[in-house]
Write a protein that binds this ligand. Structure first.
Ligand SMILES: *Cc1c(COP(=O)(O)O)cnc(C)c1O
Length: 361
């Protein structure tokens, strides 16, 4: 059945090994992030079995619950990237080995819950180095030290390390200076409290480019990679990482109508199905194909037809309209059109219950 997301596990594993080689060259442990594909179970099994992977992470506890057994069974830790909600701390303690945190009220609840479960729970304290998403702001050292002091006194919480997230909200690019600032905060914590932090996590797919430039500061010993592994992207400067491919995932949709029509709609122009005023270019008479997939399952700005002669014209919830004029009659109703995906496109397709999956091994 279509639409279908084709997941090439062999190519994904090749990509994983390529980014692992870079990461290990940089002296970092490797945390692979599964949220881009909603923790697809076949993909997670491959990741858990790969010897280059040290941690398997996701932003959602629901996803981690589906794979905690597989990952722990392979001797690896599960990691929760999004700072936990108060309402989910019991599930965090159950399924997650290491959670990212920035709020003492939440860490106190985790401590309580871990105590009830008779467990010791690892946390990574997030420091905000300027991207302005999660973390204690780096200039507020008193707040950082105060948090560390209280955490160290907790019976059931282990301060595993500190981390930073960049290039997400504020689009701030990781550089030697901001990452070294994190390392310095780590050193101050270690000196002040006489402890050793196991992990100083230096960011996501936007940090990996620093390794081959020789600019990843000493002391950063972990990276968390999602997009770099799935799509081969360095997300700081949008370059391709050596040894990776960008077609590990292909979205396939079936043509349900193919007709010759004008390029300009006829009648008074109002707003489209999403309340937006459309723009039309007059291309004369065109060959227009409709595929049975829409904005509910796809991100039109984050998908590229594999056949370069095809252009995406637009779409609504359940339909996408393609200009196939240049295809010289190569397509007919019932044919399948294939697309490469960007991160937004794959997130949408992986999240939609209407998109089937197939695996290439
Ligand atoms: C999503 C996420 C990652 C992975 O990001 P990519 O750009 O896909 O590598 C890493 N860390 C945190 C905290 C995240 O939320």
């Amino acid at each position: 059945m279509y639409p279908k997301l084709s997941i090439n596990l062999k190519k994904l594993e090749d990509n994983l090994n390529a980014v692992a080689a870079i990461t290990k060259r940089g002296g970092c442990s490797l945390m692979i992030v599964t949220k881009g594909l909603c923790a697809d179970h076949e993909m997670v099994k491959m990741i858990a079995a790969n010897e280059n992977v040290d941690f398997v992470a996701d932003s959602r506890v629901k996803n981690i619950a589906t794979f905690a057994d597989v990952v722990r069974g392979a001797g690896k830790k599960t990691v929760l990237l999004r700072i936990p909600m108060h309402c989910e701390v019991a599930d965090v303690i159950k399924h997650v080995d290491l959670s990212f945190n920035s709020e003492l009220s939440t860490i106190r609840l985790l401590n309580e819950e871990a105590g009830k479960a008779g467990k010791k729970h690892d946390i990574l304290l997030m420091i905000d180095m300027g991207d302005l998403r999660e973390g204690i702001f780096f200039k507020n050292e008193d707040l950082i030290f105060g948090a560390v002091e209280e955490i160290l006194a907790m019976e059931n919480i282990n301060l595993y390390g500190i981390g930073v997230n960049l290039t997400c909200y504020g689009a701030i690019i990781p550089k030697y200076d901001n990452l070294n600032g994190l390392v310095e905060i780590g050193r101050k914590i270690e000196d002040k409290f006489g402890i050793k932090l196991s992990m100083i996590s230096g960011g996501n797919s936007s940090s990996i480019y620093l390794i081959d430039k020789g600019e990843l500061p000493e002391g950063i010993n972990n990276l968390r990679l999602g997009e770099a592994f799935i799509l081969g992207n360095d997300t700081a400067y949008e370059t391709k990482l050596p040894g990776t491919v960008d077609d590990t995932l292909i979205l396939k949709a079936q043509i349900v109508e193919l007709k010759e029509k004008p390029s300009l709609p006829i009648g008074e122009v109002g707003v489209d199905a999403f309340g937006e005023k459309p723009y039309y270019e007059d291309r004369g008479i065109m060959q227009r194909a409709i595929i049975a997939i829409g904005k509910q399952d796809a991100d039109l700005g984050s998908m590229t037809p594999c056949d370069e002669r095809i252009e995406i014209m637009g779409g609504s919830s359940d339909h996408i309209i393609l200009d196939v004029t240049k295809c010289a009659g190569d397509y007919k109703v019932g044919d399948v059109v294939e697309f490469k995906l960007g991160y937004g496109g794959l997130l949408k397709a992986a999240t939609s219950a209407y998109v089937e999956r197939e695996y290439v091994r």
